[in-house]
Design a protein around this ligand. Sequence first.
Ligand code: FUL
Ligand code: CA
Length: 488
Amino acid sequence: MNSSLASFSATLALSAATFAAAAVRPPAPYGPVPTPRQLRWHEMEFFGFLHFTVNTFTDKEWGYGDESPKVFNPTDFNADQIVSVAKMAGMKGLILTAKHHDGFCLWPSKYTEHSVKNSPWENGHGDMVKAISEACRRQGLRFGVYLSPWDRNNKDYGRPAYITYYRNQLRELLTEYGDISEVWFDGANGGDGYYGGAREMRRIDRRTYYDWPDTWKIVRQLMPNAVMFSDAGPDVRWVGNESGVAGDPCWETLNRDDRYPGGPSNGLNSGERHGDAWLPAECDVSIRPGWFYHPSQNSEVKTPRQLVDIYYKSVGRGACLNLNIPPDRRGQIHQTDIDSLRGFRGILDATFAHDLAQGATITASNSRGNSPEFSPKNLLDHNRNTYWATDDSVTTPDVVLDLGKPVTFNVVSLREYLPLGQRIDAFALDQWKDGQWAEFAHATSIGNLRLIRGPRITTEKVRLRITKAPVCPALSEFGLYLEPAAAE
Ligand code: FUL
Ligand code: CA
């Protein structure tokens, strides 16, 4: 072949390849898929809760509602200390209890006197919501609010007038403090309280009293990017316990059914595989036994290893972890909590800083249209937006990592490409041992992330088998890590 003919045919081949690549369509989405606001929430993975109010000073978990605003008086409040501790721990945001069940407001609400404006803190000119939200913005964390539906101080609680009050407060929080990433609706509701001096029991109908659909509309209208948390979503669901443990499996989907905050909790822990809504789980848990700071619990702060365990059972099962770190009476995070968080971060960093699958040769039994767009190489680029997919007819493919030499790991990490829905029902992992494949783990749901943590394995090759899926998989990441032993 003469050279001009050769270059002509090379051009032809190239354009044919380009044409082929362009013609391979991505897989069709399967089932419910996340909204952009849910995707942003998934990407956070780990964030924090700040429980702080009169309870911090009265040593209670649930204030009755008759506390004097004068008791709220942090002696050395430092929003930047609080936020920098969260950031050091790896949290991507913080959610503040702007108002807990006792009704005391951490911001100077126009609608009540029961707030920081009547406390000695900053001579009544302080605004905790402003201070924390601004510190978050300065340090690059997202900021969310908890506004307790139950209010044991308000005289109108239980009557229609309180709903107007509650919504007015929600509007204040959503319009005066910049971007709000999440609004947290607690399910604890109704019971005895101060209620403007009535000191009585007030029961409400949790399903109808708050008219939730209309309250949710306010959030959508004023802060369209915020996710709403509750037992019923509408964006993210409670995981069904306060110990930070997601189910195994933990599906990202759930049937909406007739759910409401404080309502039925069936399915919250594990989700429902073929649920009609994308409604992923958030695991809320405190670093201490209580949600609020109590000096008597300084010796009961969870250890770094306990926190790491929680991380694997929440983030590592496709949920988000919302870890509560309650400020103390100074208005700062206590040193014991800081030490624990630093240890926790240290273990995670030592584990996840080195992906041992990097540099491996990766091959798949099938890759969609043989297109580079869906190549198994996309599993190794640490980019959640690129993925490996197979042809539509191939639902149980496998992929092999050839590490080139024996490598020791004890954590395997997998991530699905969420915009196409949760596609994988089950998978297995094999190691190459004595000249053949030997299974070392199998599990079900993957979703945003699945961390398989087990004994150390040393091998030259690892195989992932998708063992059950209704459609072709779309997998974003596959990594191998080594968690150091406790003594290392
Ligand atoms: C619960 C509340 O009753 C606790 O005090 C705390 O705020 C926790 C996060 O939610 O339902
Ligand atoms: Ca990727």
